[in-house]
Design a protein around this ligand. Structure first.
Ligand SMILES: [Zn+2]
Ligand SMILES: [Zn+2]
Length: 425
């Protein structure tokens, strides 16, 4: 026997049993985006490597260590996208969407790829749901997108113990003075920091603030904070974002060490964490990237965006929502050869009414048929025997209570819909 072929390390199949949660999360995301007039964009998973080297930053962990990069047959370097902001901005420039003027509000859903060390809950093909606003540098844009994200995560998906952490990372005018102050302060303490931090304090001191090593935290806490170095414009922008969040009653916490891992961020950065997720608790993150379009050869086009880790969100959502997507199933039990036809007719009608219906074709004894219904966790069974066929009333059985009621054939769809509505309230 030949060996079986397995899925690639770090990837996984999403089986029908768990897919309901994913669909529910995606449905709510689409509804939230729609309410704020965001339009979907789909970009390829395959891009030129230079797109990410230029945007994400050549000396970030993502680009230097974690990308799925390969040489194509003609020698060109291609990469499976590690994130989607760069792709969305590329598309915005390539199709000259900026010519239309105004603001572009876009969202995306899909797989991303990073060749990380395998660990629990981390996948090399993972999923993100994200949104980008291009063409506006106003602080209200940041606030509006954060409100939408809050509506999705907290109001619609009831994410537990969530916290919004916000910061400003300044701009190319004010950040250099902070970075040199940081570099200076690191001179004195870097010997006591982890090996990564010692390297980062030379190459990219901001990344030291990102370090997750426990022993480094008390030292990192003593380093200067960027909020003391913001220029007037950055300070005003940040104050306006905070004011906007206050006005909309969205709670937040200013977190000066929050710098995010990507080079293109300016001014607002943020993260949303959830207590439902333990140590790896960030569910979403993002910020402002006013210089990114120019970096990619486009016109000046300020932007703000975020990405949600869908794998983690589904995990958190599954923990709160036990009935999630347990979409009700109607099972049709037929008892004799002669009732198969009326059963099939009823099934077709109920399906046209958008109900989820199962009808099995091989003959079974009554008891065995109902056992099959329970196994599928049907909410109701409709029972059709010779008796029912002659009276025109079918027995409808509530599978969890065992209650059974005769219902006129013509009324069955309405009856089921009313009962399901009651149950799901
Ligand atoms: Zn500034
Ligand atoms: Zn460290």
């Amino acid at each position: 026997m030949p060996e079986i072929v397995r899925s690639v390390k770090g990837t996984r199949d999403l089986l029908p049993e768990e897919i309901r949660l994913w669909q529910k999360v995606e449905e709510e995301a689409r509804a939230a985006f729609r309410a704020y007039n965001f339009m979907e964009i789909r970009t390829p998973v395959l891009e030129h490597t230079s797109l990410f080297a230029r945007s994400v930053g050549a000396d970030t962990d993502i680009v230097s260590k974690e990308m799925f990069t390969f040489e194509d047959r003609d020698g060109e370097s291609l990469t499976l996208r590690p994130e989607a902001t760069a792709s969305v901005v590329r598309a915005y420039i390539e199709h000259r969407l900026f010519n239309e003027g105004g603001i572009h509000k876009l969202f995306y859903l899909g797989p991303m790829f990073r060749r990380e060390r395998p660990q629990k809950g981390r996948y090399r093909q993972f999923y993100q749901i994200g949104a980008e606003v291009l063409g506006s540098d106003e602080p209200e844009t940041d606030v509006d997108a954060l409100e939408m994200l809050h509506a999705l995560l907290v109001m619609r998906l009831r994410l537990r113990d969530s916290r919004l952490l916000v910061n400003s990372v300044g701009c190319p005018r004010c950040r250099p003075s902070y970075v040199s102050a940081l570099r200076h302060a690191l001179e004195n303490v870097k010997d006591r920091l982890c090996a990564d931090c010692q390297r980062r304090s030379q190459t990219n001191p901001l990344r030291v603030l990102d370090c997750k090593v426990e022993a480094d935290q008390p030292i990192i806490a003593t380093l200067p904070t960027i909020l003391d170095y913001l220029c007037v414009e950055c300070r005003e922008h940040f104050d306006a974002v905070k004011r906007g969040l206050d006005e909309r009653a969205i709670e937040y916490q200013v977190t000066p060490r929050l710098v995010r891992g990507l080079d293109y961020y300016v001014r607002t950065t943020f993260e949303i964490t959830s207590g439902a997720l333990g140590a790896q608790n960030a569910v979403a993150g993002g910020g402002r990237y006013d210089g990114l379009a120019e970096l990619l050869g486009g016109p000046q086009a300020p932007g703000f965006g975020f990405a949600i880790g869908e794998d983690r969100l589904v995990l958190a959502y599954g923990a709160v929502e036990d009935r999630a997507g347990a979409e009700d199933l109607i099972y049709i039990a037929w008892l004799e050869e002669s009732s198969l036809r009326p059963a099939a007719e009823l099934a077709r009608e109920l399906r046209q009414e958008n109900l989820r219906v199962e009808l099995l074709f091989h003959p079974m004894k009554f008891k065995k048929s109902l056992a099959a219904a329970s196994k599928m966790t049907a909410t109701f069974s409709v029972i059709i025997g010779p008796n029912e066929a002659s009276t025109g009333r079918f027995a409808v059985k509530n599978m969890s209570t065992g209650e059974q009621e005769p219902v006129e054939r013509a009324r069955i769809a309405d009856y089921l819909r009313a009962k399901l509505k009651e149950l799901n309230h």
